[in-house]
Each structure stands twice: as structure tokens, then as C-alpha cells.
Design a protein around this ligand. Structure first.
Ligand code: DMJ
Length: 635
């Protein structure tokens, strides 16, 4: 290797350097510098100035980033305590490689800045460009398009206290701006659905769930779960072609005459609920026939000593059993199958379906072991009593018990008073025993109670509650239910936006002690995100009833984050392991059926301007987002 030629270097020599006596006074230093500067040639001076200028530009983002970090950490500020998600324009997840990326770096701040600028430029270009674009045109263009709109959204929803937009405030004007993009947001949901569907179609067609990274599938019941769960979503999103190909599969391939064990609750809410709702939307009796078939095959689950159903049924053999390790069933599971079986009776005029699920409600209504209307998590199928008493949660294993109290009451025309009483009492029980505020920002949250001990733990699953409370208030229940709904909605949104990926973890813990610097903590084991729907579900209800555009803005941000961190380039979306690492969210290689059945459906309805697209005065959504009709008052 040759040494570089002298021309590669710029030599700056200071005449007189090192000579004369050293006097460290300020004046001496100033004079000495000035003298040295004057001794330089013009070229040397220009070069120094240019160098200083370049250094200044390069260090600017790092300095501002540092300053931003300092203010974010200040407990007195209104800003979220955790830094906002780094808004890098991350491409869809790569296809799997054998080497896991280990780097924990976020990339140089200069790059982040440049990406933000590019994204701002895209806004202008894309908002114009998108106007003349047809639905479904080139997917990647669509992605940039959505990104363009979010710049408005970011500006609109930030800078307001607790996310509230005051009428006439500049923030509200910005929300108006973003509303102009709402048609693009609907298109973005359609694109997301198509992308998810492409993965399912290419690699998992007719199977239960897509494994998008390994380009394969997983079976749970072996019944085409994702396809059935997604049927009414396609209908609602207007994806006719996709709907028709799925319908062809249902007609030709779907059979329940199979020697398989299925979970009663899951197959009721996803399969029976999905088929019933598709029948109502389309009027096609194919779906009703299939619904009758699966409904009747699930009935053996109720053949128990107590009439509280077993968790599992073999739909081919007609046998049922509890899980291997217990004779208990989960309370939420046995009390969240009622909407579907009641509707099946109404449609078939066969009373056994409604009778079976009504018996469960009747027994649970009378049971001891509740705390102010709150139920334990397990119930025994032999004696019909609650077990593992003393633990109360609105999360896993109890959640949809509360949801179905209200929704059955609505479905039946608001006549069944026991359901309403149990619901109202339970909400009072929540307020009395489970509701707390976090520190330092006072987020209202629903914790858990274990043998009298309060735990500030909240599952993402609890985020169904704002929507349910709002639905109750819409149906004439106390107005303070709506106030609580709004507060909890804010909390659920913070569970997303305070994470580095802008996606909520499965479980959070709230800080309650004074002096906390952040409201939300996440344990290592709880950092996953399964593409769950509860928060966007509640956003949909809150928007329908308040027309406050901020809920749409929030949904839009969440959709963008799903696109950034869970989208797989070859098709489909994946659950992730770590919502706190935007560089490597660690894909789990599974797309849950409820992402198509619920999450994308609620997002689309949130962005829809048509309140009659599944009117909440005509339909009630089951817990898997399948709309079932509210019974006419003559019945
Ligand atoms: C869905 O199957 C239903 O929404 C259920 O009520 C809860 N779990 C999933 C989604 O999170």
C-alpha cells in the first residue's frame, strides 16, 4: 500500500507557536488566538470556517435529541414519561433468516432526522397523489400514502392535555385537516386486510392460522378458523372477490364431521358467531346451514352434572370433557357463548340452544362467591360452584362475562332485568374495588384483587371495557359510565403510545407510589403483542358515540404501528415478542384469526363515515366482533 500523497492533507501551521512566554490570562489567550488567526492565509481561514460549519450541522440533532430526553424525563411535564416511539419508517419484517439480529442500536440521530424530513415531504406529495388513485393499487405506494396522512395526525393529537381536543383550538383545526384523509385510512385498512389475506391464501389456505415467517400454518381445530373468522370482515370492507373465494371454500370444503376436539367458547365466538353474522349480512343460507351444523355439534358440552358446560367437545364423536388437569371451566368461557346460541334458537326455532346457555346464566346469577358483582375466574362443572375464589379481574378468564351481561340485555330488547342488574352491580364493583389512578400522570386503570390485596396489573384484554361502558351509556345507562369509558380509553391508548414500537404489551403494571417517574411498567415476560383488537374495538365505540375525531387519530397511529412492526413482506402480519424494541420486535411467526376477524374490522368501522354500516342500534357485536341483530321488539 502506498502512503497517501501530500496533496491529501491540508496543513495548517501557526507561526510563532511555542515561542514566547506562556501567560494564561484570558486577555493573552484572546490576543494570541487573534494573532494566530491573522497569520493564516485566506485559504486556510476559509477551510477552518467550512470545517466548523460542517461540525455544527452534524452535532445539531444529537444535541436536540439530548435536550428532548431531558424534558421527557421531567416529572412535572404533561408529556408521556416514556419517550414516544421512534418514528422510523421501518419496512415490513424480513422473511426469516437463521441469524437473529443482535444489534440493539437505534441508528444515528442524523438518520432519524432525515427520515422524519422525508416523511414530511411525502405528506404533501402523497396527499395529492392519492386523490386520483384507485383502491388496491400497488401496495407499497399505499404504505407511503398512509404515512403521509399520519403527519397531520401526529400534529393534531399532540400538544393537548390528556388528549382532549378543545373546540376551536388549533389542535382541533388540525384534526379537521386529518379528517380529509379518512378515506385513505379506510383504504389503508383494506390494504392491510389484503396483505394479511395474501399471506393466508398463499401459505395457509383452509387451515386455522397463518405462520407468516415460515410461510406455513398452524392447526388448532383444523376448521379453517381464519377464513371463517374473516368472512364478515370481507363483506363489511367491500372485498367482494376475496369474499367469493372464501365462500367457495366454505361451500366445498368446510365440514364439521371431524374427529377433533374444539374449545366450546372459541369455536362458538369465532365459528358459530362468524357464520351467523355472515348469514345475516349476506342472506345466504349456506352460512346458516353451516351454523346449525356446528351449533348442534357443540351441544354435548352441556351434558355435565351441573349443566355448566365442559371446555372441550369432540365435534365428530359427540363427546365432551374438561381439560385434562381439572374439572373446572373458565367463567368467561361459559358465560360468553350466549349471544350466539340464543340467536341460533331464534333462527331455527329450536329451543335447546337458548335453554342451555340461559341455564348457565341463571346459575351464575345466583352463585355465592361474588364480590360486589365481580366474579371469580373458574367454575366447577360437577357442582356448579365458583372455585379458586378471592381473585377478581376484568382481564383474562373473566372479561367477556361482563361484556355479555350488557350485550344479552341489548340483544333481547332490554327486557331481561337480571342481566342488567348484574351488569350495573358489576360496574359498581369495578369502581369500588378495582379502579385506581397511576402516578405521576393520574391515568385511570382497572387493576386486580387477590384475596383482598390490590395489584396494579392490567391486561390489554381489559381494554374492551371502555367500549362496553360507552355502549351501555348509549343504551340509557348512567352517564358516568361514559365518563369512565373516556378515561379508560385514554389509558388504553397510552398503553400503546408509551411503548417504543407504539404497540401495547399484553400486560402492564401501573405505578401508584408518589415520586414515580413513569406511569406504566412492563415486565419482561409481558412484552408481547398478539395483534389483539380490544383497544381499537373501544375506539370504534367511543368514536361512534362522541364523534370525537381524536379516537380516529389514535386508531390511525395504531394501524401504522402494526404496519411498521408486524407486517411480513411476503404476506400476513405476525405477533411480536417485544413491543419495547423497535429494532427487533422479535416476530413470533403467528397471525391470530382475530386480527382479521376483529382488529381490522373495528379499524375500518372506526374510519367509516356511515353510522349505518353496522348500526349499533340494530346490531350487537359478539366478543369476536361478529355482528348479530338486536331482536325486533315484537319478539
Ligand atoms: C378474541 O378471541 C376475543 O375478542 C375474546 O373475547 C378475547 N380474546 C380474543 C382477542 O383478544
Amino acid at each position: 500500500m502506498h502512503p497517501p500523497s501530500r496533496q491529501d492533507y491540508i496543513s495548517i501551521s501557526f507561526a510563532g507557536q511555542g515561542s514566547g512566554s506562556y501567560n494564561n490570562s484570558k486577555q493573552w489567550r484572546r490576543q494570541s488566538c487573534w494573532r494566530k488567526w491573522k497569520q493564516l492565509s485566506r485559504l486556510q481561514r476559509s477551510l477552518i470556517l467550512v470545517l466548523l460549519f460542517i461540525c455544527g450541522i452534524a452535532s445539531y440533532p444529537a444535541v436536540t435529541e439530548q435536550l428532548r430526553g431531558l424534558t421527557d424525563g421531567h416529572p412535572d411535564t404533561e408529556r408521556p414519561v416514556l419517550p414516544e416511539a421512534v418514528k422510523q419508517d421501518q419496512p415490513p419484517l424480513p422473511e426469516p433468516t437463521s441469524q437473529r439480529k443482535l444489534s440493539n442500536k437505534r441508528g444515528p440521530p442524523v438518520l432519524e432526522n432525515r427520515q422524519k424530513k422525508e416523511s414530511a415531504l411525502n405528506t404533501v406529495v402523497e396527499d395529492k397523489a392519492s386523490d386520483g388513485k384507485k383502491e388496491g393499487e400497488e401496495e407499497e405506494e399505499g404504505v407511503i400514502n398512509w404515512r403521509g396522512a399520519v403527519i397531520n395526525a401526529d400534529q393534531a393529537s399532540e400538544g393537548t392535555k390528556n388528549g382532549e381536543n378543545k373546540e376551536g383550538s388549533p389542535a382541533n383545526q388540525k384534526v379537521q385537516l386529518s379528517v380529509e384523509s379518512v378515506a385513505n385510512w379506510r383504504k389503508a385498512v383494506q390494504e392491510a386486510f389484503r396483505h394479511a389475506w395474501k399471506g393466508y391464501k398463499d401459505f395457509a389456505w383452509g387451515h386455522d392460522e397463518l405462520r407468516p415467517l415460515s410461510k406455513s400454518y398452524s392447526e388448532w381445530f383444523g376448521l379453517g378458523l381464519t377464513l371463517i373468522d374473516a368472512l364478515d370482515t370481507m363483506w363489511i370492507l367491500g372485498l367482494k372477490e376475496e369474499f367469493e373465494e372464501a365462500k367457495t371454500w366454505v361451500a366445498a370444503e368446510l365440514t364439521f364431521n371431524k374427529n377433533v376436539d374444539v374449545n366450546l367458547f372459541e369455536s362458538t365466538i369465532r365459528i358459530l358467531g362468524g357464520l351467523l353474522s355472515t348469514y345475516h349480512l349476506t342472506g345466504d343460507t349456506l352460512f346458516l346451514d353451516k351454523a346449525k351444523d356446528i351449533g348442534s355439534r357443540l351441544m354435548p358440552a352441556f351434558n355435565t352434572p351441573s349443566k355448566i358446560p365442559y371446555s372441550d367437545v369432540n365435534i365428530g364423536k359427540g363427546t365432551a370433557h374438561p381439560p385434562r388437569w381439572t374439572s373446572d371451566s373458565t367463567v368467561a368461557e361459559v358465560t360468553s357463548i350466549q349471544l350466539e346460541f340464543r340467536e341460533l334458537t331464534r333462527l331455527t326455532q329450536e329451543p335447546q340452544y337458548q335453554a342451555a346457555v340461559a341455564e348457565v346464566m341463571k346459575q351464575v346469577h345466583k352463585l355465592d362467591g361474588k364480590l360486589d358483582g365481580l366474579v371469580p375466574m373458574f367454575i366447577n362443572t360437577n357442582n356448579g360452584q365458583f372455585t379458586h375464589q378471592g381473585i377478581y379481574t376484568l382481564g383474562a378468564r373473566a372479561d367477556s362475562y361482563y361484556e355479555y351481561l350488557l350485550k344479552q340485555w341489548i340483544q333481547g330488547g332490554k327486557k331481561e332485568n337480571e342481566l342488567l342488574e348484574d351488569y350495573l352491580q358489576a360496574i359498581e364493583g369495578v369502581k369500588k374495588n378495582l379502579l385506581q389512578r397511576s402516578s405521576p400522570n393520574g391515568l385511570t386503570f382497572v387493576g386486580e384483587l387477590s384475596h383482598g390485596q390490590f395489584s396494579p396489573k392490567m391486561d390489554h384484554l381489559v381494554c374492551f371495557l371502555p367500549g362496553t361502558l360507552a355502549l351501555g351509556a348509549h343504551n340509557g345507562l348512567p352517564a358516568d359510565h361514559m365518563d369512565l369509558a373516556k378515561q379508560l380509553m385514554e389509558t388504553c391508548y397510552q398503553m400503546y403510545i408509551q411503548m417504543e414500537t407504539g404497540l401495547s404489551p399484553e400486560i402492564v403494571h401501573f405505578n401508584m407510589h408518589q415520586g414515580s417517574t413513569r406511569d406504566i411498567e412492563v415486565k419482561l415476560a409481558d412484552r408481547h403483542n398478539l395483534l389483539r383488537p380490544e383497544t381499537v374495538e373501544s375506539l370504534f365505540y367511543l368514536y361512534r358515540f362522541t364523534k370525537d375525531q381524536k379516537y380516529r387519530e389514535w386508531g390511525w397511529k395504531i394501524l401504522q404501528n402494526f404496519n411498521k412492526y408486524t407486517k411480513v413482506s411476503s404476506g400476513g402480519y405476525t405477533s411480536i415478542n417485544n413491543v419495547r424494541d423497535p429494532d427487533y420486535p422479535s416476530p413470533r411467526d403467528k397471525m391470530e384469526s382475530f386480527f382479521l376477524g376483529e382488529t381490522l374490522k373495528y379499524l375500518y368501522l372506526l374510519f367509516s363515515d356511515d353510522p349505518n354500516l353496522i348500526s349499533l342500534d340494530q346490531y350487537v357485536f359478539n366478543t369476536e366482533a361478529h355482528p348479530l341483530p338486536i331482536w325486533p321488539s315484537t319478539e
